[in-house]
Structure formats: structure tokens, C-alpha cells
Design a protein around this ligand. Structure first.
Ligand code: FES
Ligand SMILES: [Fe+2]
Length: 440
């Protein structure tokens, strides 16, 4: 339980809010590269309560500008992509990806007005199918050499979805190792295959024991939290017998991402990005450690649940997330279908637009959440004091930050720590792209 002031401090992300100022020090996902495909690569973007227009000019260069035209405020998202930039549809002023005003065509011939006009422009880069932007002051930090960024393009797939709630409660679901035994419980261990929400239900890395059975039958995980260079690592142990322990290692990449195992072959790196104080997008990069991914299939599977153009979920609070009493009695813990994304969405949206943390009561399984909030408050305070914050790395430091390892499997020798280090190394060595990078 925290005070209302403290809750505002860690959740509100407007330009003058302390957490907003912290998050603006980091690259933020603003679109999927897929959203800029097609004949007119222009897209309005809302990030932390601010409005921008993202576009790719005729030469392929990405740009992100403030959305309101500096002439008289018309919406540049309706602009024309031509002559080396984006042209406002109101009076034809033309801006390039750096925010330079190239033309003010209605002005008298020889006018120098455009030399005095600049539109605010922001650094943008595309990484593994996600467009990241930097809207903070000064130079952006470097990207770490995390698996999701260094894997070949063929081995990653990116997607997103909208949550109708504050970003922090959405992130907190990812650092809560206990909920999977309940929220995602399936009463039967049926086949694990076809729908993507069920992929999570595959066997643990080293065993035939379905993860659903482990989660269902061993529902009091022993959780530990360690600070790391990139944020923190959470280890959840479920002791199956004297010699066998189920180990799940997940990570927070500060400030807003987590890296978790999806299967023995794949990890998910997921950001929770504030649209405003009461909406956020999750952006995920799925990274394969074995073969290339089938992007078309992965996208089509997700489009069964998510609707374009805004990547909203077809199951949502307006239709009770598809809740069925019969299903809750016989098949799943929630009665909301097999897709774990829907379960998580219900959990975080049902906490309200901004969870009222003055009314919560944390238990010992919430120690990751407590540790993360402390890290967040410290980073907010040090940003306000004009000091550094975690993960504001430069290019020289980027190569030292790799992985981070995320493992789900069963260790046989009872030494969970040795197990997951070995399992992570084995997975990396197995992968063409990662072994090349390790020089193995
Ligand atoms: S408002 Fe954009 S050119 Fe006039
Ligand atoms: Fe979950």
C-alpha cells in the first residue's frame, strides 16, 4: 500500500510529471514497422500524452515530428508525402524528416520565411520490426546488445496490442511470477499446438512435464529478485521433488520492458509504453534461438484477437473478455478462453484506469513489484536531481549488456542456479546467430 501522492509519482507520465521526465530519457517504441508499410507511410502517434506524426520520406528515411503544423496548427498526419518530406494539406508548407521547413509555397516568390521555421523533430530508429523514438532532451542513450536487437531479422517477429489502463500496472503483471499458477491455469493439459496463446503451454525446456501441470500443481513459487546492470532478474523456483526443481528466470529491462521465456526456442521482450496516463501499448519482439520465424503465420494468429488499425483486442471489457461460466467451471481459471494475453489484459484492465495502490495489500510473492517500484522511485529522484538513471548507456557500454537470459525448465541436480546458467548457454550455442556472436 502506498500513498496517493506516491501512486501519482510512479504512474503519471505527462511532460511535467516526474515519471514522465524519467521515461523520456529512454527510447520508446512508437509503431510497428508494419504500420509504415503500404503506399502512404504516414502515421499519427501518441506517446506519453504528446502527439506526433511518424513518416518515411520518399528516400526511405524515417522522421517523427510534432503533429501540429507550425503555421496555424493543422494536422500533419493528413499531409502529403512528396518533394523530400511531409507537406501540410492546409497551405502546403513542407517539412523534412529533420524538421526543416523546405517550402512555404503560398508566400510571395523569394520569401525567406521558411528559413526561420522549424518543426520539432525526434530521433527515430527501426529495430527488429519496431520503430523506436526518443522524445527526451539531449542525446538518446545507446541500444544494448540484447538478443532481441542483435538477432537476425529472420529470427524476430514484432507485434503490439492496446491495454486500456496505465502502463505501470501492465508492466507489473510481467514481474509477477505467482500469477501464472492461477490466472493462466488450465484444468487439462491438452495439446499445446495451434493457437498462439497456447504456445506458452508447451513442455518446459528439459522435460515432458507440461508447464501447465507444473504451474497448476506447484503453485507456491519461491521467488528471488536480484538487481542487475540492466534492471533486475527474477527467479521463480517450484520444487517438484528432492532432486528436481522447475526454474523460471525472467527479467526487467529498466525502465519498462521485461524479457521472459516463451518456450525453449523463443523469448519475448516486451515494453509497456504509455499512450497517456490511462492507456498503453505493449510492444513485443519475439526472438527465436533456433530457426527463422514464420512472420506471416505469427501475425495472422495475433490478428485473430487484435483488430487493426489500432491493435485493439476483440475481447475487452465491453464484452466481458468473452467470460463463460461453464468454461470457468470446467476448463480454465478465468473462463476467458485459452489465450493468456486475454487473461493478462483482463487482470490489468480490471484494476482500473490507474490502479489505486492506496487500497492494495502486497504479499511476499510481490517482492519483484516492490523492488521494481523502489528502483523506479530512485530513478525518478535522481532524474529530478539532474543525476543519472539505470540503463542510460553509451555505445561503448552497449556490448557489455547482452541476453538477458530467460529460462523455463526443470533442473535435475537440485542446483537451480547451475541449471539455468547451463540451460541458457546451451540454448545460445544451439542457435546459429547467437553462437556466431559468442565466437563458438
Ligand atoms: S497550417 Fe499547415 S501550412 Fe498552414
Ligand atoms: Fe500473465
Amino acid at each position: 500500500m502506498i500513498s496517493a501522492e506516491q501512486n501519482d509519482l510512479i504512474t503519471c507520465i505527462g511532460p511535467s510529471a516526474p515519471a514522465g521526465q524519467l521515461l523520456r530519457r529512454y527510447w520508446q517504441p512508437v509503431a510497428l514497422a508494419d504500420e509504415l508499410a503500404g503506399p502512404r507511410p504516414v502515421k499519427p502517434v501518441q506517446l506519453m500524452g504528446q502527439h506526433f506524426v511518424l513518416f518515411r520520406d520518399e528516400s526511405g528515411r524515417l522522421g517523427m515530428l510534432d503533429r501540429d503544423c507550425p503555421h496555424r496548427g493543422a494536422d500533419l498526419a493528413f499531409g502529403r508525402l512528396e518533394n523530400g518530406g511531409l507537406r501540410c494539406a492546409f497551405h502546403g508548407w513542407l517539412f523534412d524528416a529533420s524538421g526543416n521547413c523546405l517550402e512555404t509555397p503560398a508566400e510571395p516568390a523569394g520569401s525567406k520565411l521558411c528559413t526561420r521555421i522549424r518543426q520539432a523533430a525526434y530521433p527515430v530508429v527501426e529495430k527488429s520490426g519496431v520503430v523506436f523514438a526518443y522524445i527526451g532532451e539531449g542525446e538518446p542513450p545507446a541500444f544494448a546488445d540484447f538478443d532481441c536487437f542483435v538477432a537476425p531479422e529472420t529470427h524476430t517477429f514484432a507485434f503490439k496490442g492496446l491495454f486500456e489502463c496505465n502502463w505501470l500496472q501492465a508492466l507489473e503483471v510481467g514481474i509477477d511470477p505467482a500469477h501464472a499458477s492461477y490466472l493462466h491455469r488450465f484444468f487439462e493439459d491438452e495439446d499445446t499446438a495451434e493457437s498462439y496463446g497456447k504456445q506458452f503451454r508447451g513442455a518446459s525446456a528439459d522435460s515432458d512435464m507440461p508447464i501447465t501441470k507444473v504451474l497448476r500443481e506447484y503453485d507456491r513459487p519461491d521467488i528471488s529478485v536480484e538487481p542487475t546492470d540492466y534492471g533486475m532478474r527474477l527467479t521463480a523456483l517450484r520444487k517438484l521433488s528432492e532432486s528436481r526443481t522447475h526454474v523460471r528466470v525472467t527479467n526487467v529491462v529498466f525502465p519498462q520492458a521485461f524479457v521472459i521465456p516463451m518456450s525453449a526456442e523463443m523469448t519475448i521482450s516486451q515494453w509497456h509504453v504509455p499512450v497517456d496516463d490511462t492507456h498503453c501499448y505493449w510492444y513485443a519482439i519475439f526472438t527465436s534461438f533456433t530457426g527463422p520465424v514464420d512472420k506471416t503465420q505469427m501475425r495472422n494468429q495475433r490478428l485473430e484477437l487484435y483488430e487493426l488499425p489500432h491493435y485493439t483486442s476483440r475481447k475487452n471489457k465491453r464484452n466481458n473478455y468473452g467470460y463463460s461460466v461453464d468454461e470457468q467451471l470446467t476448463e480454465t481459471y478465468t473462463g476467458m478462453g485459452n489465450d493468456i494475453n486475454v487473461h493478462d489484459q483482463w487482470a490489468v484492465e480490471s484494476q482500473g484506469p490507474i490502479q489505486d495502490r492506496t487500497r492494495e495489500h502486497l504479499g511476499s510473492t510481490d517482492k519483484g513489484i516492490i523492488a521494481y517500484r523502489r528502483m523506479l522511485v530512485r530513478a525518478i529522484e535522481s532524474t529530478q536531481a539532474g543525476e543519472g538513471a539505470p540503463m542510460l548507456i553509451d555505445a561503448a557500454q552497449a556490448g557489455a549488456l547482452t541476453g538477458p537470459p530467460s529460462i523455463d525448465g526443470i533442473g535435475e541436480d537440485g542446483d537451480a542456479g547451475a541449471y539455468w546458467h547451463a540451460a541458457d548457454r546451451e540454448r545460445r550455442l544451439k542457435s546459429d546467430w547467437a553462437s556466431a556472436r559468442l565466437g563458438a
